[in-house]
Write a protein that binds this ligand. Structure first.
Ligand code: MOS
Length: 726
């Protein structure tokens, strides 16, 4: 059962439109909310005229900062930003909510919102600086104002300056990537309903328990008074990982008017009320000896952040862990500006980090006249290069080898090839991602009819957790997947960790495993079997290895038990002490460049990964393919253009936002997983997968473009102009 490519039980429901997403829910007497947002990036609201809006048929209330209660300060996750809009007239970024129009229909609320007259006094505005390194370097500051420092902003190993000075080969380069937005298919949405002091919300979130925690703190309610439900979440990619101000505002609005309120963010709202991957500039310095062994690795990063909080995109994590090097010097700084708060975006941290590191490694390989794969193998990190700790598991060498074999990397031509108008080139990069282990609880209930229920407050954001959690229980209980159903996405269920950081299989998966084992132990006792020696197969429980057993149904009937409830917990403290944990991989791509038209096409890709045990190869393959496609978007298409006159992102809807579609993606994408079980990471043996495949891709593409054209692109995305201009 574990390791079987089973299809998603929720697949048909989703493709036929029957799946209920947040906005599909309703409530009696519901009011629709539409946000009025600031048209300036900095300053104050001087007045808000609501009379005309109130005259719009169907409009019931227009709430401004004068109506809102004080929410109190809260910083750091699960809150996405410390700054709460609508606490005063203060404006810190364009698109910040300044009023909420509530109406009996969505159309009336939208019409009303257009008639709210907001007057502003524009204040001193800190706009994003030009993106050249010298300018950024001069204005960047150390991150101090922050509840978002998950790693050290600076790290040094030995003396990088000294090592650089005596390196036979040296390289210094700057790589830049633009801001990008998540653009989840389902926009963020919330429906809030009060019953006295008890609040129920449906929310499109990656973490129901996080929403509950933030609402409890901001609305000053005991957590037990709040129930958060997320039956399906239509993509998140990090934008729904932490809790944004609109969720608090919608819940507060519902309380103020004493009616249920539904707020579905418009696409325009998604560019200001939610985070995004910030613009990041990287300066890399590599020093290597004659043979190509790394002596020094310097990675200096500056990312843009909001005025309120120093969000740090920890892009040096990949540099800190991917290669053996004699010395390292890693540093993060931020550029504060009147922009909306950035947030993690799939794959955060190592996604941006590998763009810089793996581009630089390719440049070094070229400088040395080495094969890029050989340079990586030569600098293979047998242990964690920063801490010196052994790895919990790492089979990157096998991943490189199998990836190269599947891609026919060794057989490729050193010269770019012609294919009609196209010049064809190949490139590769290493992939790596941190391992995030989140405490989780689960319950498994076995019924006397031989079916079972998995219950845990996890979320399915489209990644397949609704497939693999019952699959894990079915494996232990010897059932088929259709016999196991799931209850998830609800704070009434045992507390699960967030669905981000590619963490669910380890955390929730391990809790489900333990809960199912608990059920098996209890049933074994009923059937007079030693719990440690019992196994369940084909609807039976038996002593391990014994031919015949007792059917589950008979054992439970005989004992007159209707239901056996097992519980399981995953606590990351219980395992892996003193071990470094990461996932790894390699991505190989072939691109075509039409140098006259400046076109860039993906022709084929191979992703080969060392990521622990794979529970379901089918959903896992879908995750990795999706990550490569997402990486192609980062490499070749995505850029949220910031406009400095009005101080805003230009995109206000999805029109003109290039993201990969089917026509951009070839069928020739091969995914391979190395056989691996990492029992230190989690009893389930798995690590994280989804985000791993979004790392490395942008660099591999740029490296392939270099191979094809001799043009080194150091600023993403690789658009036409960069391929045709000299
Ligand atoms: Mo992902 S940025 O961990 O949702």
């Amino acid at each position: 059962m574990i390791g079987k490519p089973l299809p998603r039980p929720d697949g048909v429901e989703k493709v036929t439109g029957r799946a209920q997403y947040t906005a599909d829910n309703s409530a009696p007497d519901l009011l629709h909310a539409v946000l009025v947002t600031a048209s300036i990036p900095a300053g104050r609201v001087t007045s808000i005229g609501i009379d005309e809006a109130m005259g719009e048929p169907g409009v019931e209330r227009v709430l401004t900062h004068q109506d809102m209660p004080k929410f109190g300060r809260m910083g750091g996750p699960p809150t996405a930003q410390s700054f709460m809009p609508m606490q005063s007239g203060q404006i810190r970024y364009e698109g910040q909510p300044v009023a909420i129009v509530l109406a009996s229909t969505l159309e009336a609320a939208e019409a009303g919102a257009r008639k709210v007259l907001v007057h502003y006094k524009r204040g001193k505005t800190r706009l994003p600086a030009p993106r050249d390194w010298t300018t950024l370097d001069a204005i960047a500051v150390d991150p101090k104002k922050s509840d978002f420092l998950f790693f050290e902003p600076e790290f040094a190993k030995a003396d990088a300056d000294k090592e650089l000075a005596r390196s036979a080969h040296r390289l210094e380069t700057v790589y830049v990537q633009p801001p990008r937005h998540h653009n989840a298919l389902e926009p963020s949405a919330i429906l809030a309903e009060w019953d006295g002091d008890v609040l129920t919300v449906h929310d499109s979130t990656q973490h129901v328990y996080g929403v509950r925690q933030v609402l409890a703190a901001r609305l000053k309610l005991p957590a037990k008074n709040i129930r958060v439900i997320a039956q399906h979440t239509g993509g998140g990619f990090g934008a729904k990982g932490w809790v944004w101000p609109h969720e608090v505002l919608a819940a507060a609005a519902a309380r103020l008017v004493g009616r249920p309120v539904k707020l579905v963010l418009s696409r325009a709202n998604c560019y200001s009320c939610l985070g995004y991957q910030p613009r990041i500039a990287h300066r890399m310095e590599l020093g290597a000896d004659e043979a190509g062994r790394l002596r020094a690795l310097v990675h200096d990063v500056i990312n843009i952040t909001s005025i309120s909080d120093d969000f740090v995109e920890f892009s040096t994590e990949a540099s800190k862990s991917l290669y053996a090097t004699a010395s390292m010097q890693l540093r993060h700084r931020v550029e504060r500006a009147n922009v909306a708060m950035p947030t993690p975006m799939r794959a955060p941290v190592e996604g941006p980090g590998t763009w810089a590191l793996e581009s630089a490694m390719d440049e070094l390989a070229h400088l040395l006249g080495m094969d890029p794969l050989d340079l990586r193998l030569l600098n293979y990190a047998e242990e964690d290069p920063a801490s010196g700790e052994p790895w919990s598991s790492k089979k990157l060498r096998e991943a490189y080898e199998e990836g190269a074999r599947l891609f026919r990397w060794r057989e490729r031509s050193r010269q770019p090839q012609r294919d009609g108008a196209w010049i064809v080139g190949q490139g590769m990069a290493s992939c790596t991602m941190g391992v995030f282990r989140m405490p989780s609880k689960a319950e498994v209930r076995l019924k006397s009819d031989g079916t079972a229920i998995v219950a845990s407050g996890f979320q399915d954001i489209g990644t397949g957790t609704l497939t693999i959690m019952p699959q894990i229980a079915a494996a232990v209980l010897g059932l088929d997947l259709p016999q196991v159903t799931s209850q998830m996405g609800d704070t009434r269920l045992p507390e699960a960790g967030p669905t981000y950081g590619s963490s669910s299989t380890m955390g929730v998966g391990a809790a489900v495993l333990r809960a199912a084992e608990d059920v098996r132990g209890k049933l074994a006792r009923l059937a007079n079997l030693p719990p440690d020696e019992a196994e369940m197969m084909d609807g039976q429980i038996r002593r391990r290895g014994a031919g015949e057993g007792t059917s589950i149904v008979d054992a439970m009937r005989e004992a007159e038990v209707e239901e056996i409830v097992g519980s399981g917990t995953f606590n990351p403290e219980d395992s892996g002490k003193g071990l470094a944990m990461r996932t790894f991989g390699a991505i190989f791509v072939e691109v075509g460049v039409d140098p006259e038209l400046g076109l860039l096409r993906l022709r084929r890709a191979v992703g080969s990964y060392s990521a622990g045990r794979i529970i379901n190869p089918r959903t896992a393959k879908a995750q990795m393919t999706g990550g490569i496609i997402w990486g192609w978007g980062m490499a070749a298409m995505e850029q949220s253009e910031y406009e400095t006159v009005f101080g805003r992102f230009l995109s206000k809807n999805l029109a003109g936002v290039p993201i990969p579609v089917n026509a951009d993606i070839p069928t020739d994408i091969t995914i391979h997983f190395v056989d691996e079980i990492d029992e230190h990471a989690s009893p389930i043996g798995g690590k994280g997968i989804g985000e791993l495949s979004a790392t490395g891709v942008a660099a591999a593409v740029a490296n392939a473009v270099f191979h094809a054209t001799g043009r080194r692109i150091r600023e993403l995305p690789i658009t036409t102009m960069k391929l045709v201009t000299s």
